[in-house]
Design a protein around this ligand. Structure first.
Ligand code: AMP
Ligand code: MG
Length: 348
């Protein structure tokens, strides 16, 4: 299949918007920009089209997709028993990097939810994609646009690396402003539950909701056979080809640990302050240790950039859990298959 490329920088490019929307309406697949990561979109009411997303990505059949809508009002079309908390969150954080899990109506195809009686819904904060969804007139089902298991795409070039020739179109709408996927909160539980940390910090959710439980799968690997509430959390994810070891703790200490354990062909993901400390290595800075927004924007590109190099092992410095740090640390730890070295106080 020949993939058609669009470069759309503004929702005013009406002809291109209509053409991309027509591809989705006709059952095609399109890579679409969002503020979090690039998505692989299809008409969310067309089960056959949604099925092709799973094929193109090689995505496991039990990992449901998120429906993207252009405004909160559309929740009523696809969800039932919507709690007041959902409206409060939508008012405060949409469009934005927050996915809510709600009870679904029967018009949502099983292909989207993988047969669950709930559905994840989000309104993305990207003017081009909002215009495409509006023009298509249907919700767009979209997981991240990477091949299953690889780091998520944060620019059109990443989409092209994984999907060129496999899908109908890729819409280049510039690099993603957030860089990690949406925060997922389950509102069908008695207490709202964080299923995946993402572009909206947990602290912001708690400021609106009060108590929010954190699913175990966010912080630690699952026990063999354990079933996570977000099915996707059970898969190794975000991983470059070389194995990753996350080194967690104070920056100078983690830099020293990495330096002592360097071998030949080692890659290092580090904070900007430490980038000169790993001579002879392929080093990728993800921004200042203080700047978690920058770390979120750069983490997937850093992971991806080692593929096609001779790097055979990767060490990564890791932020703490506050703000966007929870999402960045989660992506690094999942890329590492939870292979984490914790350097607490008192370690040399
Ligand atoms: P992706 O967009 O590739 O990041 O994948 C979507 C994520 O949303 C996966 O981790 C899914 O497991 C999760 N998800 C989607 N729908 C549901 C749902 N109804 N309940 C729980 N998790 C969901
Ligand atoms: Mg994904």
């Amino acid at each position: 299949m020949k993939t058609k490329y669009f470069h759309i920088t503004s929702p005013d490019q009406e002809e291109d918007i209509r053409a991309a929307a027509a591809i989705l309406r006709a059952g095609g697949l399109a890579g679409i920009p969002t503020e979090t990561v690039y998505g692989l979109g299809a008409n969310g009411l067309d089960g056959a089209a949604v099925g092709r997303i799973f094929q193109a990505k090689g995505r496991p059949q039990d990992n449901p997709l998120i429906l993207h809508i252009p405004e909160a009002e559309w929740l009523r079309r696809y969800c039932k028993n919507i709690p007041p908390a959902a409206w409060r969150l939508a008012e405060r954080f949409w469009p934005g990097p927050l996915t809510m899990i709600l009870q679904r109506k029967v018009n949502v195809p099983n292909a989207v939810t993988c047969g669950l009686d709930t559905v994840g819904v989000r309104c993305p904060d990207h003017p081009v994609t909002l215009a495409i969804i509006r023009a298509a007139g249907v919700p767009v089902a979209a997981p991240s646009g990477n091949l299953s298991g690889r780091p998520s795409p944060t620019c059109a070039r990443h989409m092209e690396e994984d999907m060129d020739g496999k899908i109908d179109a890729i819409v280049d709408g510039g690099p993603c402003g957030v860089g990690v996927e949406s925060t997922i909160v389950d509102l069908t539980a008695p207490v709202p539950r964080l299923l995946r940390p993402g572009g909206l910090p947990l602290e912001d959710l708690r400021a609106v909701l009060g108590e929010v439980a954190v699913d175990r799968a966010v912080l630690s690997p699952l026990d063999p056979g354990e079933k996570p509430r977000a099915p996707g959390m059970k898969y190794r994810h975000y991983a470059p080809r070389a194995p990753v070891t996350v080194v967690s703790g104070e920056g100078r200490r983690t830099a020293r640990y990495i330096r002592r354990n360097l071998g030949d062909h080692t890659g290092v993901i580090c904070f900007e302050e430490y980038r000169d400390q790993f001579p002879g290595c392929q080093v990728r800075s993800i921004g200042s240790a203080q700047d978690r927004g920058e770390q979120a924007r750069r983490v997937f590109d850093a992971l991806r950039s080692f593929d096609g190099t001779d790097v055979t092992a990767i060490f990564a410095q890791c932020p703490g859990d506050g703000g966007l740090g929870l999402a960045v640390a989660n992506r690094l730890k999942k890329a590492a298959g939870f292979q984490v070295v914790e350097l607490g106080e008192g370690t040399p």
